[in-house]
Design a protein around this ligand. Structure first.
Ligand code: FAD
Length: 411
């Protein structure tokens, strides 16, 4: 594909960048797009093993993945619908049980491994004739000329076959979408600062095999040191595997990382109050430092941020990628609206409308996550009383439950 005058260039082939590319390509088959990713091309991961990085997809996210034609492959590969969610305070008597019956829906969402989503989006993008996937393109610098961004890759890659230094590659585009994650280069190049809060916690993730089946329930226990979630996984012969996301204060996380598998599994089982019986085995633990970040602006001349490049949040309510996919949908809708009115998709008013529509929702979710984290981290009696009473009040009110579920599902 001629990369001299693209309509859209998307930087970053994570879940959000891939979904954005697919949505724009499907809705505008006459336009030319490139998805630029710094990582080299990798073969799709085999499906015989579970991956420990998972997300809880809301109904709104599933609908977006359906629209771009990726949901069929995701559902066929591995997606676990969950029909119930149990939340409780480890330090008290408060608990809430949300079920799909509370909202008369078949499920509350799906737990899906990140690689399953990425594999499905990649095969969908490969089938779209107006998209070029470019791996090994690490955006380094840019300049703007005659309404086009000129994007230059880092020029220090060495060609493996010939052992020669490769010339930096240049891509030209009318609209640039930065989907390049928490350390976004696009955000830096736009001189956009970030509000940055260190949660002083680390998320440990792994897959646990439990003695009892998960019953298609997402379990979350709030400890003073951070939340511990067991999320049900689909298939591979039984219903006994769960993805574990344990967000713990940094010191505890360091100690947990140092334990051998057996000691870690015992600790996990005890902390989770043996709700699914014994933890029989665990896979390798991965760790992620947790910070909240919110970009002070989402856009600059001819360029816009989506997903973690614009905002990243605590995983305790499993909303990160769901917010990113809502950015994708709203940006897609604003571009449709602009084109139907004869406006350039990169027109400042289009990008400003996108930001206005998304900032409030993202900021409210970020605030709510920080408030939850503080409330459940507080050890004083009055806070403990407040959160336990609050959980029990929600549990006793079908109306409140319904509102919370529908808000979390973005329906
Ligand atoms: C432990 C944990 C649990 C989570 N659980 C959930 C959950 O249950 N539900 C949920 O909704 N969210 C969850 N999240 C959040 C979710 O994983 C993220 O919000 C999501 O992965 C962000 O996707 P993204 O595409 O915006 O960014 P990324 O996945 O970070 O993708 C960015 C891409 O950009 C590329 N890139 C970076 N710089 C450049 C450059 N200069 N040039 C070219 N390419 C570049 C990177 O290589 C990468 O491929 C969780 C996060 C963590 C840490």
């Amino acid at each position: 594909m001629n990369r001299h005058r693209l309509d859209f260039a998307i930087v970053g082939a994570g879940m959000v960048g891939m979904a954005q590319t697919a949505l724009l390509a499907v809705r505008h088959p006459g336009m030319r797009l490139a998805l630029l990713e710094s990582a080299p091309e990798t073969a799709p991961k085999p499906a015989q093993h579970y991956e420990s990085r998972v997300v809880a997809l809301t109904q709104a996210s599933r609908e977006l993945l359906e629209e771009v034609g990726a949901w069929g492959e995701i559902a066929a590969a591995r997606a676990c619908p969950y029909v119930e969610m149990r939340v409780w305070d480890a330090d008290g008597t408060g608990s809430v049980r949300f079920t799909s019956r509370d909202v008369q829906l078949p499920n509350l969402g799906h737990i899906v491994e990140n690689t399953v989503i990425v594999n499905a989006l990649r095969s969908r993008l490969e089938a779209l004739p107006n998209v070029e996937l470019v791996n090994g393109f690490c955006l380094e610098s840019w300049w703007r000329d005659c309404g086009l961004w000129h994007l230059q890759s880092r020029g220090d890659q060495v060609n493996a076959l010939e052992g020669l230094r490769e010339q930096p590659e240049i891509v030209r585009t009318r609209l640039l979408v930065g989907a390049d994650g928490v350390r976004s280069r696009v955000r830096d190049l736009l001189h956009i600062r970030c509000q940055d809060t260190d949660y002083h916690q680390t998320a440990l993730v792994c897959v646990a095999r439990c003695e009892k089946p998960h019953r298609h329930t997402a379990w979350q226990c709030f400890l003073k040191t951070g939340p511990l979630a067991f999320l049900p996984l689909a298939g591979l012969g039984d219903d006994n595997h769960c993805a574990v996301v344990w967000s713990a204060d940094n010191e505890l996380a360091r100690e947990l990382l140092m334990l051998d598998d057996r000691a870690f599994a015992l600790n996990l089982e005890k902390t989770f109050e043996s709700r699914l019986g014994k933890v029989e085995s665990v896979t390798e633990r991965l760790s992620f430092p947790l910070r909240a970040r919110h970009a002070e602006r989402y856009q600059g001349p001819g360029a816009v941020l989506v997903g973690d490049a614009a905002h990243s949040i605590h995983p305790l309510a499993g909303q990160g990628v769901n917010l990113g996919l809502q950015d994708v949908r709203v940006l897609g809708d604003e571009i449709d609206r602009a084109l139907s009115r004869g406006l350039e998709p990169a027109h400042p008013s289009v990008l400003a409308r996108y930001e206005r529509r998304r900032r409030g929702d993202n900021a409210a979710t970020l605030k709510a996550m920080s408030a939850f984290k503080s409330l459940f981290g507080a050890g004083q009696l009055h806070w403990r009383w407040l959160r336990n009473t609050g959980l029990n009040m929600v549990d006793a009110s079908p109306m409140l439950k319904k509102r919370i579920i529908l808000r979390a599902m973005a329906v």
